[in-house]
Design a protein around this ligand. Structure first.
Ligand code: ADP
Ligand code: MG
Length: 226
């Protein structure tokens, strides 16, 4: 880890101090014995409200590193009013990844009845527009291009967004999404919390971190990645 006053890592699911419904859901997974390295350090950082950069290789359990804190965050916010966009936004590079993330969100959102929506390109817009407009979803998982389309035509908005996750940030930038990511982040209120996950740490990713994260993010590296 790098950064000032980095919160202590947790070694068990109980130590993470999530609400009971989340701890139960985590322990219910047969193959889950303890937090992965990234989770054990990312959870306390995310729950303390700090911005985070996690550089960790594929398969290190990054998805739940943010999904659990996202659910805690959303449940601590006033309920969404009519016409208000999501409270938490997760950006991912591809449709496949966005759908995988939504599946994981769905598993852990069920017990506290948090609603979620997933939007991505390459498919017709109307069903996603309906889902955004009528769903009042607290969590939106999105690919950057399709989300920008919907923001531009007012289908949704980021006025309530206070928690943003960039997953596979390096891949999103490789795919040329930097302008879209910048436009999206510029629409999010300045007091938001941002978590950024990446497998590598090239200049483009460092620039996004420098320009949008708070000045003293916690940096986690796991498994010699990056
Ligand atoms: P990454 O995004 O870092 O590539 P994923 O979040 O996709 O990794 O997780 C990889 C696999 O590890 C998934 O099958 C996930 O269910 C599993 N996993 C996540 N956290 C744990 C854990 N604490 N214990 C055991 N398996 C886990
Ligand atoms: Mg991942």
């Amino acid at each position: 880890t790098k950064g000032t006053d980095v919160p202590r890592c947790v070694e068990t699911f109980d130590e993470a101090s999530f609400p009971g419904y989340l701890t139960r859901d985590l322990k219910a997974r047969e193959s889950f014995k303890a937090p992965s390295a990234v989770q054990s350090q990312a959870w306390p950082v995310a729950l303390s409200g700090r911005d985070l950069v996690a550089i960790a290789e594929t398969g290190s359990g990054k998805t739940l590193s943010y999904v659990c804190p996202v659910i805690v965050h959303v449940n601590a916010q006033p309920v969404l009013g009519k016409g208000e966009g999501p409270i938490a936004l997760v950006l991912a590079p591809t449709r496949e990844l966005a759908c995988q993330i939504e599946l994981e969100v769905a598993t852990f959102a069920a017990s506290s009845e948090v609603k979620h929506v997933c939007v991505y390109g390459g498919v017709p817009k109307p069903p996603q527009i309906r889902a955004l407009k009528t769903g009042q979803s607290e969590i939106c998982v999105a690919t950057p291009g399709r989300l920008i389309d919907f923001l531009d035509c007012g289908v949704t908005n980021l006025k309530r967004a206070s928690f943003v996750v960039l997953d596979e940030a390096d891949r999103m930038l490789d795919m040329g999404f930097a302008p879209q990511i910048r436009r999206i982040l510029n629409k999010v209120r300045p007091d938001r919390q941002i978590l950024m996950f990446t497998a590598t740490w090239p200049r483009e990713v460092r620039e996004i971190a420098r320009d949008f994260l708070k000045t003293d993010p916690v940096e986690i590296r796991s498994g010699g990645a990056g």
